[in-house]
Design a protein around this ligand. Structure first.
Ligand SMILES: CC(=O)N[C@H]1[C@@H](O[C@@H]2[C@H](O)[C@H](O)[C@@H](O)[C@H](O)[C@H]2O)O[C@H](CO)[C@@H](O)[C@@H]1O
Ligand SMILES: [Zn+2]
Length: 296
C-alpha cells in the first residue's frame, strides 16, 4: 500500500471513448500532476457503430471485430492523456456491450446490462482494494443519458465502493478500503446552452446539431459542486484522446460528433457533483481540486 502514489483517482466507464469525452481533461491533469489515475472500462464497445467507411467491416453485424479494435483506440487515447493504468472490468471481453436501451443485444448472454450487479461488482472491488483510490468518478443513476451499459456502470461502481469498504466481504480480494469521495459526471445547463449557441453561430463540419438533452448529465447549475478548469494543455490532450476513438468520434476544432453525425461542443472545463464524502471547498463554493479535503 505504501508504494502507491499519494493521490489516487478511479474512473468507471461503460465503453472505450466515454472516459475521454467526459473526463479527458481531468484525467490528463491528474496524470500530469503524478496522481495514480486508474480507468476501468466495463465493456469493449463491441456493439458500436463505425464512422470511417474503411473500417465498416469491423461492425458487430459483419466481422464483429469492433471490440478488439476499440481496445487499441483506448490504448491510443490513454497515451494522449498520459494515463498508464487502464483495465477492462473482469478482463477484456468479460462483459459485452449491451447496445442501446431496448435493443435485442440487451438480452444477449454476457451482455453487461443482463449481468447481475453482484456478479460484476467483485471484479471492481479487487481493483479498488488494490489501488485504494480516494476519489471515484462515475455516472449518475441514469448513466448520463440512459444507455444501459452506463446505468449498469453506475450501479456496479456504487455497489463495489460499498462492498470494498466492508471488511467482512471477500477478504480474499484484499484489505478493505473506503473511498473518501464519489462524484458523478455533470454539465451545468447554462454552460451547455452557451456552448451550443456558439456551435449554432459558428457552424461546424457536421450537417446538424445535437440537442442539449443528448449531452450526458446536464443539470441545473446548483447541483455542480466541483469543476476542473479548462487548461489549454489538457484541452489539447482531451481532444486528441477523443479523436483517437476514431470509430466513434469525429472531431472538428472545438466540436465533435458521434456516429449520428450530430455536432456537439467539447467541454473544456469538466464539472462534477459530489454525492459521497465531504467537500474540501469553503461553504457555498465549488471545489477546483477533486482531492480537496482528502486527508489520507
Ligand atoms: C458515447 C457512447 O456511450 N457511445 C456508445 C453508444 O453509441 C451510440 C449508438 O451507437 C447510437 O446508435 C448512435 O446513434 C450514436 O451515435 C452512438 O454514439 O452505444 C454503442 C452501443 O452500445 C456503444 O458501443 C458506444 O460506445
Ligand atoms: Zn458509452
Amino acid at each position: 500500500m505504501s508504494d502507491l502514489p499519494a493521490r489516487r483517482l478511479l474512473l468507471v466507464h461503460a465503453h472505450p471513448d466515454d472516459e475521454s469525452i467526459n473526463n479527458g481533461a481531468t484525467m490528463a491533469r491528474y496524470a500530469a500532476e503524478g496522481a495514480l489515475v486508474t480507468l476501468v472500462t466495463c465493456t469493449l464497445g463491441e456493439e458500436g457503430e463505425v464512422i470511417p467507411p474503411d473500417l465498416a467491416h469491423l461492425a458487430p453485424d459483419r466481422e464483429d471485430r469492433l471490440g478488439p479494435h476499440r481496445v487499441g483506440e483506448l490504448a491510443a487515447a490513454m497515451t494522449e492523456l498520459g494515463v498508464t493504468d487502464h483495465r477492462f472490468l473482469g478482463g477484456p471481453g468479460r462483459f459485452r456491450d449491451s447496445g442501446m436501451m431496448g435493443a435485442e443485444q440487451n438480452k444477449r448472454p454476457g451482455a453487461f446490462w443482463s449481468t447481475d450487479v453482484d456478479t460484476a461488482a467483485p471484479h471492481l472491488v479487487e481493483v479498488i482494494r488494490e489501488t485504494r483510490p480516494q476519489v471515484l468518478i462515475t455516472y449518475d443513476p441514469d448513466g448520463g443519458y440512459g444507455h444501459p451499459d452506463h446505468i449498469q456502470a453506475h450501479r456496479v461502481a456504487t455497489r463495489a465502493a460499498e462492498l470494498a469498504a466492508d471488511a467482512s466481504y471477500r477478504p480474499d480480494l484484499g484489505p478493505a478500503h473506503t473511498i473518501a469521495k464519489i462524484y458523478w459526471n455533470r454539465v451545468p445547463r447554462p454552460v451547455a446552452e452557451a456552448a451550443f449557441a456558439r456551435l449554432h453561430a459558428e457552424g461546424s463540419a457536421f450537417p446538424a446539431v445535437a440537442a442539449i438533452d443528448d449531452v450526458p448529465g446536464v443539470v441545473d447549475e446548483d447541483r455542480i459542486t466541483a469543476e476542473i478548469a479548462a487548461d489549454p494543455a489538457y484541452t489539447a490532450r482531451k481532444t486528441a484522446a477523443m479523436a483517437a476513438h476514431a470509430t466513434q468520434v469525429a472531431v472538428d476544432g472545438p466540436f465533435f460528433a458521434l456516429s449520428n453525425d450530430l455536432g456537439q461542443p467539447i467541454f473544456t472545463t469538466e464539472y462534477y457533483e459530489l454525492v459521497h464524502g465531504t467537500s474540501g471547498a469553503p461553504e457555498g463554493e465549488r471545489e477546483t481540486d477533486l482531492f480537496a479535503g482528502v486527508t489520507e
